[in-house]
Design a protein. Structure first.
Lengths: 248, 295
């Protein structure tokens, strides 16, 4: 773990609302599931640093995929190559070693962690779900890794018409898979967990949370588990689904 | 106007017998041992632990934090493993660092404050910090430190059983902070630390409810600095015991303001979140200021 002023190698848009920031971070080797904290201002607004998952890591560079959400990411979008951004990382835990016969699931903009995981451990199958075609991100990136991918959209504009969790149930009924890894909206991950657990399959979920310190000190980023609140930044972001106490 | 003076012209300070190599420490709850992976903890003047309670506490439901202009609101709820686990598992990690350790404690009742002070007194630590910003469950939730009579009772009772120097960390949510500081001093406090967070809130305009489950939350960060500084100035003119000043300190300049206001030492809380190296930079800045200081 280091804190440093990392140099922007590139900062490009991959699609209308999806961007890739490449940072030079010498001597830092993140693992899939880990995240970093970036200071998205030269001043005090926005005040807190922002956590970002690592989407890929190669040599002394990491790739971060982001969307525009507010002041911080709007500022980030404007930053050019050569600019230095204060960086803290890598932070958090990482995905455990998964069996080859695994399914990975991505919902919405949860692509980063699962993409990084895929570069290190290819799944037997990848499911990507989104509202419509516009909200299916980075299919090409996964295609480059040679991963068998199925897509689902709520409106049926691309792939299977329906929820990615229905697609998951369908695929699980076709053949036995040994593990599931997922990242996406909480209600999606909760449904994935239920399905995986009903089939007694190990399921690992990558959470996100509003964070202050990112280092496990402030207890602000808690998630409810069966053994009390745990810190997403320190005990996670990756949790085994059976640990989680779903709030809804 | 008469110039303000530093109480200490050296980097090293002596707080009622506790020797610190510099006047900089962290604020309780805004730091942890994990920072040791980014900075050399041995460089700090002292470390203050997160508040420990008799029983383990799971803390408040989410959301626990939100950002505000130059600050943040928090309603963590004192999540901590409880005194037994703290003494058996966590304390030794702090002691290994080799700098003075101040253990922050709190309770839901007067008896809990007394009990935990007793337990912590047996440990090899430099001082006990009483967090009196906790709601007094037997008094409708008003903070222990927000009622003069209650504050007096807590401090004097803990003083009787504490075998270590007692720091009383004041809540700023009172009308006249000087009077509260004086009360704590008279009741036996060895050191006063201030400020804890300011009572505040945020409302979700879409859900049309307060953001925090407990309605109110604590405001901290640079936004509160001018008020915290004013309070330290007032307390310095109300008590003669040492003072640890905190509240929005981010830079060495901020820290020096507090020292000139009358603090003997300072603490950094929220700024650690935006820059883990804050305290290291502040120590260097104070050192430089002292080299040129004349009075």
């Amino acid at each position: 773990m280091k804190q440093l002023d990392s140099k922007i190698i590139s900062n490009k848009s991959l699609s209308a609302d999806f961007f890739e920031l490449v940072l030079k971070i010498p001597g830092i080797k993140p693992k899939p599931g880990q995240f970093v904290e970036l200071r998205l201002t030269d001043g005090l607004e926005p005040f807190l640093n922002r956590p970002f998952s690592v989407a890929w890591s190669k040599d002394s560079r990491i790739g971060i995929w982001y969307q525009i959400r507010g002041k911080g990411t709007s500022w980030l979008k404007q930053q050019k190559s050569g600019k230095k951004i204060n960086f803290i990382g890598p932070l958090g835990n990482s995905f455990p070693k998964l069996p080859a016969d695994s399914i990975y699931i991505v919902g919405g903009c949860g692509t980063g962690p699962i993409h990084f995981l895929s570069t290190v451990q290819k799944p037997a199958l990848l499911l990507i779900g989104g509202h419509d075609t516009k909200h299916i991100y980075q299919r090409q990136a996964f295609k480059k890794l040679g991963i068998r991918t199925l897509v689902s959209t709520d409106d049926g504009s691309l792939g299977y018409k329906g929820l990615v969790t229905d697609l998951l149930s369908q695929e699980l009924s076709k053949k036995p898979y040994k593990a599931v890894a997922a990242c996406g909206p909480e209600r999606m991950m909760s449904a994935v967990a239920k399905i995986a657990e009903s089939q007694k399959i190990n399921c690992y979920l990558s959470f996100e949370a509003y964070m202050a310190c990112g280092l496990g000190a402030c207890f602000g980023c808690a998630v409810k588990t069966k053994t009390g609140h745990k810190r997403v930044c320190h005990d996670g972001p990756v949790f085994k689904s059976t640990e989680i106490e779903w709030t809804s | 106007m008469d110039q303000l003076k530093l109480k200490n012209k050296t980097l090293a300070v002596n707080l009622t017998g506790i020797k610190l190599k510099n006047p900089v420490m962290n604020a309780s709850g805004a730091f942890g041992l994990s920072y040791g992976r980014l900075i050399d903890l041995k460089k700090l003047g002292a470390i203050v632990t997160k508040t420990v309670t008799l029983e383990s506490r799971d803390g408040n439901p989410l959301p626990r934090i939100i950002e505000t202009p130059a600050g943040m609101l928090n309603s963590i709820g004192l999540q901590n493993p409880g005194i037994e686990k703290f003494l058996s598992d966590d304390l030794v990690k702090y002691q290994k660092i080799g700098i003075p350790i101040f253990v922050s404690v709190a309770g839901k009742t007067l008896n809990e404050y007394i009990e935990i002070t007793k337990k912590v007194s047996e440990a090899d630590i430099a001082a006990i910090e009483l967090n009196v910003s906790c709601p007094n469950v037997k008094a409708g939730g008003l903070a222990f430190g927000a009622d003069l009579k209650v504050l007096d009772k807590v401090v004097s009772n803990c003083r009787k059983v504490a075998k270590k120097p007692l720091i009383v960390k004041l809540t700023p949510n009172v009308q006249d902070i000087g009077v509260f500081a004086k009360t704590a001093e008279n009741a036996g406090a060895d050191i006063i630390s201030l400020v804890n967070t300011f009572l505040a809130m945020s409302i979700d305009i879409n859900k049309k409810i307060p953001v925090f489950a407990n309605t109110f939350a604590g405001l901290s960060g640079p936004a509160i600095k001018p008020i915290a500084l004013r309070m330290v100035y007032q307390v310095a003119r109300s008590v003669s015991i040492p003072i640890i000043g905190l509240g929005g300190i981010r830079t060495a300049e901020d820290a020096i303001e507090f020292l000139l206001a009358g603090a003997d030492a300072i603490a950094v809380g929220t700024s650690n979140f935006i820059d883990p190296n804050s305290m290291i930079k502040i120590i260097a800045g104070i050192k430089k200021y002292l080299e040129n200081y004349k009075d």
